[in-house]
Ligand binder design. Structure first.
Ligand code: SAM
Ligand code: SF4
Ligand code: SF4
Length: 376
């Protein structure tokens, strides 16, 4: 068998090992970065693989049969993930989101959920544990995920028209199976359920009203539909500003049909602007990562499948925590190293991009990690 050649420029392999400070920095739960932002939200990618090929995330031309995904030995084990998560929680993390790739493709994910559900914040509270999924195997897994300790899910669905959706996931996957997954999640008691729709001008904007109508009319209006602006993550999707449908336009479309009232944010650093239908038929969210940067309150860190910590969705390099784990560092060492890394954080990519002229393409696209690798 020939050797697998991994391109040198592959960003998955470029990450310095964090320095362990000479003076220990214990966890106080009060970590702040250089812009004064705390660490509250940890997104953990449990696999870089996916059974979909959404054109805005893993376009088929790039993620084809020759694409080299991470080998099994590179992945953090569930015990390694839990050990790191415990340290993050001591530093102030209150919410953990499992993502990917498609997280439900990771074998035995329920046991990881069980381990994470056992963690407690310094105040003794349970964590808010959730998961983002494309919904393809949710109908089969909802009950076991709930039994393992998962509280809620976010399901991605970009339209109700079968032809549009099949084209967007690019593996001919039907809408009906994702809807069955959402129903199973609801029946299993996972909630509140959120549905994420990435809106692309010229691709699925015509699906905005049918999606809104569907989730107003089903599940007693209890599912929150969130419209996400198409983002310039990674370097594979050929992003262009003119494909972004600004949230303000989405809101105007909805308002013309159903009056909406703005709601206060439920938590600091919340990504979605929340609105409720004036007639009481539920709530929607607008995630305006392109037109309204929310870096100011960004309290999110992302852990890649192979244990690299990314401080921003648009970062060009990570911090190699796996080397610390596998190199024999103690919990106290990793706690101090993480404090040093977060303390030096000054990322605010979306704010900086907002200052660029509208015609400009994504800034620094050639250097950024891919979304399926660090998760959404
Ligand atoms: N596979 C799972 C899924 O699709 O829900 C989890 C991982 S996916 C990377 C997480 C979220 O990122 C999904 O809701 C997806 O729609 C969103 N996403 C991916 N690429 C995006 C892009 N270029 N712009 C905006 N959202 C994107
Ligand atoms: Fe897979 Fe999710 Fe990316 Fe679509 S958005 S290709 S489902 S990881
Ligand atoms: Fe946070 Fe980076 Fe997104 Fe700004 S661009 S909100 S810093 S992840």
């Amino acid at each position: 068998m020939g050797e697998t050649i991994i391109p040198l420029a592959d960003l998955r392999y470029a990450a310095p090992v964090p320095v362990i400070p000479a003076q220990a920095i214990p966890a106080t739960g009060l970590l702040a970065d250089r812009l004064g932002r705390p660490l509250r939200d940890l997104r953990i990618s449990v696999t870089d693989r996916c059974n979909f090929r959404c054109s805005y995330c893993m376009p088929k031309e790039v993620f084809d049969r020759d694409y080299v995904f991470l080998p099994q030995t590179s992945l953090l084990s569930f015990e390694e993930i839990t050990r790191l998560a415990r340290i993050f929680v001591a530093h102030g993390v209150q919410k953990i989101r499992l993502t990917g790739g498609e997280p439900l493709l990771r074998k035995g994910l329920e046991s990881l959920i069980g381990l994470l559900a056992g963690l407690r914040t310094p105040d003794g509270d349970a964590l808010d544990i959730t998961l983002t999924t494309n919904g393809s195997v949710l109908a089969r897994k909802a009950a076991s995920l709930r039994a393992a300790g998962l509280q809620r899910v976010t399901v991605s669905l970009d339209g109700l028209d079968d032809a549009v959706f099949r084209r967007m996931n690019d593996v001919d996957f039907p809408v009906a199976d994702v809807l069955a997954g959402i129903e199973a999640a609801h029946a299993a008691g996972l909630g509140p359920i959120k549905v994420n729709m990435v809106v692309q001008r010229g691709v699925n904007a015509q699906e905005i009203l049918p999606m809104a109508r569907y989730f107003r009319d089903h599940f007693d209006g209890r599912i929150v539909l969130r419209f996400i602006e198409y983002m310039d993550v990674g370097a594979s999707n050929g992003w262009r500003m003119d494909q972004v449908l600004p949230s303000a336009e989405v809101l105007a479309l909805l308002q013309a049909e159903w009056p909406l009232l703005q709601l206060d944010p439920t938590a600091a650093g919340e990504t979605a602007e929340r609105w409720r239908y004036a007639d009481g038929r539920g709530e929607i969210g607008l995630i305006s990562s392109v037109t309204r940067a929310f870096c100011q309150d960004c309290n999110r860190a992302r852990l890649s499948t192979e244990g690299k910590l990314f401080l921003c969705l648009f970062a060009s390099r990570g911090h190699d925590l796996r080397s610390l784990l596998r190199g024999g560092a103690s919990d106290a060492d990793i706690t101090s190293a993480l404090a040093g890394v977060w303390g030096a954080r000054d990322d605010r990519y979306s704010e900086l991009r907002a200052a660029l002229p509208a015609a400009a393409g994504p800034a620094g696209a050639e250097r950024r990690v891919e979304m399926h690798y660090i998760g959404g």
